[in-house]
Design a protein around this ligand. Structure first.
Ligand code: BG6
Length: 525
């Protein structure tokens, strides 16, 4: 990508100065977080390790506690010991026993089926007890980390047990209640609308935090700082100077034992509809008048509304899907998608998507945005490459040098978070030779401090009542408005000839054809 190895970096990127500057004085208020589906994979891999980290690194109120709610017949002790294993598994040596001893008493457990009202009544008693004993102030966060089919049941039972009051700070009621929901928010437009209606029947939108962990990444938040905190880029950020934008989310991993989930999802639902459209809207949005949860999300949704909807023939020409067959990734044999556990041996689910998106507004008309994402590609990279228009080559016409290449500004989200600008330079010597070189910024070396990881950052925002980095109802539905016709078109049209790319390669040949048709090529990563 940059032609040389990045310098050694601390494990986490630095705090974002703009957001931190806005909120230094906002320590989270007391609260209790209830996690539904606490025995699942997400809690083990992400939530618990990051909540542990948060309590160690950030001064959370002493009253902050976590209640696990799940079907398994565990008690508090068993729950703590399971979570100890989860945190140890995720953090290894970074976890220390003394900190764990401080964290463990914050954990307690309620065992019940999700459809059992009596379980929610027991939960209410447990929460009331924590309010009295620990001083949680009646403030509650309900985190739904279960399979989405349970969301309506849980929401209805929270309501029936009197746990979903629409309290907001200052309205005279005891404490506030917030609902955090994990993606997928529906599997198409109709199901997303019906889920949102279901939620709206019980919770006000101001209580709802739809979590997209990409928005918790420092480097994603930095897109706003980069664009609006610098004077030199914004004047160039439009169709007059930019030729095209390429957004890549490439993963070397496969589906990591999540076959059943992935068979229902596929790459378009799993990555494009949420993470990639979120990144796209941050890159393309207009500057908001101020940074807050309304203005930022208003501008982001306007970008999605300005995207030219893909229909029929334009889907056939502008969207490519792929599925990996067996191959080699990072020197290891990788099985094909259809041989993964939980996957139909004849599956037509896509593990790769490439598409061309047009944003039909004054800033972007005529500038294609090329998106690609896939599993089992050669490496893990998430980046946005903004390619500027080529300089006229006239000046160098009489020389033997190649014409200068276009300037490219690359915003690297992960790994090696940073930014690089590619520009032409003269090769030293008597001849006129031009070569492209990179000017690089690496987060890891530029900052020594590091901020919380993605989930921790977002949970902290939720505790503080800041919804800016959470997907609003209209954003989610607009993203589905764009994605659903593609899914419908795929379902109506002949089964694709899958697999059509080998694990460890950059996707199907049709994806190259999609961009080459426009006289361009994918960036080599
Ligand atoms: C999740 C998807 O939302 O994001 C996974 O369900 C994917 O399939 C993951 O691997 C990627 O997240 P990250 O933070 O590793 O880029």
């Amino acid at each position: 990508m940059t032609g040389h190895a990045p310098p050694a970096a601390p494990s986490r990127p630095a705090m974002n100065p703009l957001r931190e500057g806005l909120r230094l004085d906002q320590t989270p208020p007391p609260c209790t977080m209830v996690i539904f589906g606490v025995t699942g994979d997400l809690t083990h891999r992400k939530l618990m390790p990051q909540l542990y980290d948060l309590t160690v690194d950030t001064p959370l109120p002493a009253s902050f506690s976590i209640v696990g709610f799940a079907r398994r017949d565990w008690d508090d002790e068993r729950f703590r010991s399971e979570m100890h294993g989860a945190v140890k598994g995720a953090l290894g040596e970074e976890m220390d026993d003394a900190s764990w001893q401080g964290f463990a008493p914050r954990l307690s457990y309620v065992s019940a089926n999700f459809d059992e009202l009596a379980g929610y009544q027991r939960l209410k008693e447990a929460l009331d007890r924590l309010d009295t004993e620990r001083g949680a102030g009646g403030n509650r966060i309900f985190y739904l980390a279960t399979p989405p089919s349970y969301y309506p049941t849980i929401i209805n039972n929270l309501n029936a047990a009197g746990l979903a009051q629409r309290a907001v700070p200052g309205d005279g009621q005891d404490g506030w209640t917030r609902l955090v929901i994990e993606k997928p928010f529906g599997h198409d437009l109709a199901s997303a609308q019906s889920l949102n209606n279901e939620i709206a029947g019980t919770f006000a939108e101001s209580q709802v935090y739809r979590i997209d962990h990409y928005l918790g990444k420092e480097t994603v938040q930095n897109l706003l700082v980069f664009r609006f905190g610098n004077g030199i880029f914004e004047p160039l950020w439009n169709r007059q100077y930019i030729d095209n934008v390429q957004i890549t989310v490439s993963e070397a991993i496969g589906i990591e034992g999540r076959g059943e989930f992935y068979e229902e999802a596929g790459a378009l639902r799993d990555i494009v509809q949420n993470h990639m459209f979120q990144v796209l809207s941050l890159i393309a949005m207009e500057p908001p008048s101020t940074i807050n949860e309304k203005t930022v999300r208003d501008e982001k949704v306007q970008v999605l509304q300005a995207i030219t909807p893909l229909r029929g023939a334009s889907i056939a020409s502008d969207v490519v899907r792929g599925q990996y067959g067996p191959g080699w990734v990072a020197g290891r044999v990788a099985p094909g998608y259809r041989s993964e556990k939980g996957v139909d041996p004849d599956s037509s689910v896509e593990t790769y998507v490439a598409m061309k998106v047009r944003i039909d507004n004054w800033r972007w008309a005529g500038v294609p945005f090329y998106l690609r994402t896939g599993k089992r590609l050669p490496q893990r990279t998430t980046e946005i490459a903004v390619q500027f228009r080529t300089a006229p080559a006239l000046l160098f016409a009489g020389t033997s040098t190649m014409p200068p290449e276009p300037n490219v500004l690359t915003l690297r989200i992960q790994p090696d978070a940073g930014i690089s600008l590619r520009f032409a330079a003269k090769v030293p010597g008597a001849e006129m030779q031009i070569r492209s070189v990179n000017m690089d910024f690496f987060y890891g070396t530029a900052f020594t401090a590091s901020g919380p990881d993605d989930y921790a950052r977002l949970l902290l925002d939720c505790m503080r009542g800041d919804q800016t980095l959470f997907a609003r109802r209209d954003e989610v539905e607009q993203a589905w408005t764009l994605a659903t016709p593609i899914l419908d078109y795929w379902a109506r049209n002949p089964r694709p000839q899958f697999p059509n790319y080998e694990a460890g390669t950059w996707g199907p040949p049709e994806a190259d054809a999609l961009i080459q048709r426009d006289g361009r090529r994918w960036r080599r990563l």
